[in-house]
Write a protein that binds this ligand. Structure first.
Ligand code: ATP
Ligand code: MG
Ligand code: MG
Length: 561
């Protein structure tokens, strides 16, 4: 087997195992906030955490970081689970930070009693003003030295809903002069009179991310808590909060408990898209796209609907790797991984998206043949299917020119091409409407030239090969052609402009096409290569009476005969 070098987190794990950390205490988590759908950036974190779980035979929890009821919904929880399963990963336990609200509250009480937390009753503006700057220490606020009793009474009042939002907060009492701004008495709790999707109206206070996250890792005994680089400065605070509860009591009974450790890796940045959930939500809410699973979205559900395979996304994450330095990955790498996978797995079929009619004048009227067509030359088990052939066909309008320029390897008057899986035809004449548009192309065919028949004529080399469909057998379909959603490589990087200023007005084009009849029974999610056109899949909007296809990705190269 191919030896892959370890990435830095694997190296850290190997080192801790080598220095005696028990392998059966390795435990990981993937911690999405259910405030939106997962996107391709999350896939990197998913592949990393679940990949470590598989590699070290360790459990990986799915933890919903649901501490902000203002933005979180059950719909997102359900979508996240569906996407994870589709990506092919199994979590050990489904956990919710909201399950820990009581424990987190109890620990906050402990911290108040230990003089490590206090209730601040100032406005957020006043608190911000005391915070100082990176080069200037902050100053202590007037409530910093409240008595434990007063803090306990006020904090209980906050919990019971006695106070309005914004009236009080609970702060950790650390150091207003710390060189790390995050250590200057960060918030632990705020009053929020909001309905929570799981705890309903039970709570009037909600913990802040920094407080909840590390303690949740501790509760779940996560050994390696992996997050993205923007949390580097949070690590000191993460450790401080853990120090307040670890070991939980002085009894010594907790000395075998794991103290979680935070590690940071570089997030995935991809060009020609945005990946902030807030921005993706805006695209959805303002109907700029058709929902979170719009095939142009970088969401997992959008990619799935577009025709991406889970395999290609995992492969992509594998190729980009795990490192500590930020960079921007070209979206064409993602497309490359997809093409590689679909090339091996997608059956080849014929479809014509911009049809022009061809009449084979020497082919008998009323005759039809069922020709053999190979489903996938890349897959020897894919077999053959029958494709109906008759006197009247559609080919792509761009595959014909009356007068061919040099190197035009398609159909023209006086020149021959092969019809894929069928015969060699020769352009004879055209019929035009009053505006000069070609409405019919008359051709003749070489009756001996059937592909695969073994005849001399079947082996004849002609300049090009075209795809086609038999008009009387073809099935009409709606085909949705996509382009990038943004015209700019980094739409959210501009100082004076909003990312919405860079929308591609032509990111969706809907055409009426004709597909071979074998596709009439295709079902939502089925994937095909439309020969010479690209990879397509059946959209969820498709019905037996109205087929709808999405263009997934183009072919890198047209196939060669
Ligand atoms: P967003 O900025 O899109 O809201 P987030 O980090 O707030 O993302 P979470 O739901 O908190 O979203 O993310 C869950 C996990 O996925 C976190 O561990 C986070 O670090 C990771 N993650 C999010 N975006 C990326 C990314 N672009 N690349 C790698 N990991 C990511
Ligand atoms: Mg987050
Ligand atoms: Mg976020």
């Amino acid at each position: 087997a191919e030896e892959k070098s370890l990435h830095f987190i694997e190296q850290i794990i190997e080192d801790s195992l080598a220095s005696g950390f028990p392998q059966d205490k390795l435990r990981f988590r993937f911690p999405p906030e259910p405030n939106g759908y997962l996107h391709i950036g999350h896939a990197k974190s998913i592949c990393l955490n679940f990949g470590l779980g598989l590699k070290y035979n360790a459990p990986v929890n799915l933890r919903f970081d649901d501490t902000n009821p203002a933005k979180e919904e059950q719909e997102y929880v359900d979508a996240i689970k569906e996407d994870l399963q589709w990506l092919g990963f199994n979590w050990a336990e489904e956990r919710y930070a909201s399950d820990y609200f009581q424990q987190l509250y109890d620990w906050a009480i402990l911290m108040i009693k230990n003089g490590k937390a206090y209730v601040d009753s100032q406005s957020s503006e006043d608190m911000a003003a005391q915070k100082g700057t990176p080069t200037q220490p902050g100053v202590d606020g007037p409530y910093r030295n409240r008595s434990v009793e007063e803090n306990l009474t006020l904090f209980e009042g906050m919990k019971n809903g006695d106070f309005q939002e914004g009236s009080h907060v609970l702060r950790a009492k650390i150091d207003m002069a710390s060189t790390n701004m995050l250590m200057r008495d960060p918030l632990m709790y705020r009053v929020l009179h909001r309905h929570h999707h799981r705890t309903g109206n039970d709570w009037k206070i909600y913990p802040m991310y920094d407080y909840a996250h590390g303690e949740s890792d501790y509760i779940e005994q996560i050994s390696h808590s992996i997050c993205t680089l923007e949390f580097v400065m949070h690590r000191e605070l993460y450790n401080w909060f853990l120090d307040q509860i670890y070991p939980e009591s002085s009894s010594g009974s907790n000395d075998k408990k794991v103290k979680p450790h935070q590690y940071e890796f570089a997030r995935l940045n991809l060009n020609y898209t945005v990946m902030s959930k807030r921005k993706l939500l805006q695209l959805v809410q303002e109907n700029i796209v058709n929902g979170w699973d719009d095939p142009r979205m970088p969401t997992i559900s959008g990619l799935r609907r577009r025709g991406y395979t889970a395999n290609s996304i995992r492969k992509f994450c594998d190729i980009i790797g795990v490192a500590k330095r930020e960079n921007v990955i070209d979206v064409s790498l993602l497309e490359f991984c997809l093409r590689e996978d679909l090339n091996k797995t997608a059956p080849r079929v014929m479809a014509v998206l911009d049809p022009v009619k061809v009449i084979i004048t020497n082919y008998p009227e009323g005759k039809e043949e069922l020709l053999d067509a190979e489903n996938n030359q890349e897959d020897e088990n894919a077999g053959f299917r029958k494709v109906p052939f008759s006197r009247e066909l559609y080919i792509e309008r761009e595959d014909f020119l009356e007068v061919a320029p040099a190197k035009f390897f398609r159909l023209s008057i006086g020149n021959e091409v092969r019809l894929k899986n069928a015969y060699i035809i020769k352009g004879e004449s055209v019929v035009k409407d009053s505006e000069g548009n070609i409405t019919e192309i008359n051709v003749t065919y070489d009756t001996d030239s059937l592909s695969g028949s073994g005849s001399e004529a079947s082996k004849r080399k002609v300049a090009g090969t075209l795809h086609w469909v038999s008009i009387q057998h073809a099935v009409e379909a709606e085909v949705r052609l996509y382009d990038r959603l943004f015209i700019d490589e980094a739409p959210d990087s501009h100082k004076e402009k909003n990312f919405l200023d860079f929308m591609n007005a032509n990111s969706l084009q809907i055409v009426k096409g004709f597909v071979e009849p074998s596709l009439s029974t295709a079902k939502s999610g089925d994937k095909f290569q439309f020969q010479r056109l690209g990879y397509f899949n059946v959209d969820k909007d498709s019905t037996p009476s109205k087929l709808v296809f999405n263009k997934t990705v183009g072919l890198k190269d047209a196939w060669e005969e």
